[in-house]
Design a protein around this ligand. Structure first.
Ligand code: SAM
Ligand code: SF4
Length: 459
């Protein structure tokens, strides 16, 4: 069988894609890069907003056309598969295999079955399953918990992914050991609310460390860089900031989604913290990590958001001065409390507020990135950048960075880089040698073309 998995959505979906791909390989499948070569296409879906749902609908329509012309098995997994909305789509577009986020290990059974197979249960075995490490990669994801016990009024995740289940620290460390043996240098610990690790449905699990202590444990594994996401402000404790500061491998990067700067909106979102509490956490982070890089998620145009509420979001943005932000227009998701009970705001109003927020974000990202010019950053270079002769990667603070290939540094690796130029969304620099001098650049096949496209020339 030749299989391909197409992934939409978050890092958790990327992790699940890797998990299912490794199952497929162990079932004897060849992983192929595209639909044309495949006889099994599995779509890993996202249901958090309307846009990714529309993308899946359009892809499934195209796959139905391919299916009409040649034998093809089509599968759907991820959040949308768990919802009636996704199941209706699956019926309409003749999807053969449907796996909810809790039934991923049913993939073998699904492919053996000669009939349509739908798996929608949340199965415990998934939490103990340890996928093999990704091969040839410096970065890996590691799921430390699944599901979510919060009920933010706009969010479909608790429905699609079920209640929170923390994975055992032993399983986490065993999976990390495999990743380290495979050469992974940066691991990102994943969960919807990592700060609540070890406390499922309000009960602390015996023998499970707090999230802060898990960071300390993972820090002792020998992994070079540790990141984590997502950190819910409601369960953030100062001990997490302390653990970050005292564990050198933990990167000084915190993604703390605020969603809104207005207490009125936060209450209607049921986020369970106030603006003041959120800012107190930012102070705690800065006290322990004065150079912390801060990122957030913001939803604009939540039902009932007034201009005054939105101004509070802008003023909070200025108060924190984030390095970066994921910004979303509120998307009403069927089945969520806000969809049922609150009227959506006009599209134009939401779009206009998003534009103003993006402008503010650009100003801050430009300022934050400019502060890095002249500094030396540890950059994990993943491999070739879009421009020939360049490599791309990211700093410990998650800033996307591009450098010219150098003699002795022409591929993936972790290098010291002096930042020479910055835009709001990218930093450019040169790899340094052991004496802090730029390594000689690799000769280019077409130096003229490289000079034209060099980001270092674009200042
Ligand atoms: N668990 C994380 C938290 O609470 O911070 C967030 C996980 S959610 C999958 C990722 C982001 O999607 C959220 O932080 C939120 O900004 C956004 N999001 C979720 N539901 C949304 C909706 N209905 N409309 C717009 N954005 C939404
Ligand atoms: Fe959704 Fe809220 Fe849970 Fe995050 S904490 S996944 S936004 S319900």
């Amino acid at each position: 069988m030749k299989a391909t998995v197409i992934t939409y959505g978050c890092q958790m979906n990327e992790y699940d894609t890797h998990l299912v791909e490794s199952q497929l390989v162990s079932l004897g499948a060849d992983l192929v890069p595209g639909v044309d070569e495949a006889d099994f296409v599995l779509v890993n879906t996202c249901a958090v907003r309307g846009k990714p749902v529309d993308k899946v609908r359009s892809l499934l329509g195209q796959l139905r056309k391919v299916k009409a012309q040649r034998p093809l098995v089509v599968g759907m997994m991820g959040c949308l598969a768990q919802l009636e909305e996704g199941q209706q789509m699956a019926r309409k577009f003749e999807v053969d295999v449907l796996l909810g986020p809790g039934s991923l290990l049913d993939i073998g059974q699904a492919l053996e079955s000669n009939e349509r197979f739908w798996g929608l249960q949340f199965k415990d075995e998934l939490h103990e399953h340890i996928p093999p490490a990704p091969s040839g990669k410096l970065q890996a994801h590691l799921t430390i918990m699944r599901g979510c016990d919060h009920h933010c009024t706009y969010c479909i995740v608790p429905t699609t992914r079920g209640p929170q289940v923390s994975r055992s620290p032993d399983d986490i460390l065993r999976e990390l050991d495999l990743q380290l043996a495979a050469g992974v240098q940066e691991v990102t610990l994943l969960g919807q609310n990592v700060n609540a690790y070890g406390v499922d449905q309000g009960a602390r699990l015996a023998g499970y460390p707090s999230f802060a202590d898990l960071l300390r444990l993972v820090g002792r594994s020998g992994v070079r860089r540790i990141k984590f996401t997502t950190s819910h402000p409601m369960n953030f404790t100062e001990d997490v900031a302390a653990a970050m500061a005292e564990t050198p491998a933990v990167c000084e990067f915190v993604h703390l989604p605020v969603q809104s700067g207005s207490n009125r909106v936060l209450r209607r979102m049921a986020r369970e913290y106030t603006r003041e509490k959120y800012l107190q956490h930012i102070d705690e982070i800065r006290r322990h990590l004065p150079h912390a890089v801060l990122a957030t998620d913001i939803i604009v145009g939540f039902p009932g958001e007034t201009e005054e509420d939105f101004q509070e979001t802008l003023s909070l943005y200025d108060e924190v001065g984030y390095d970066s932000a994921y910004m979303f227009i509120y998307s009403p998701r069927p089945g969520t409390p806000s969809y049922k009970h609150f009227a959506d705001l006009p599209r134009e109003l939401k779009t206009e507020r998003l534009q103003r927020l993006i402008a503010r974000q650009k100003e801050w990202s430009a300022r934050r990135n400019a502060e890095k010019v002249g500094t030396v950053q540890e950059v994990l270079l993943r491999g070739d950048a879009h421009d020939a002769g360049f490599l791309e990667g990211h700093t410990r603070g998650n800033h996307p960075t591009v450098v010219p290939k150098a003699i002795g540094a022409s591929g993936a690796g972790v290098y010291p880089v002096r930042i020479e130029h910055a835009t709001p969304h990218m930093m450019y620099g040169r790899i340094l040698d052991a004496f802090g001098e730029p390594l000689p650049e690799q000769p280019r096949l077409n130096p003229e073309a490289a000079a034209v496209t060099s980001p270092l020339q674009m200042a």
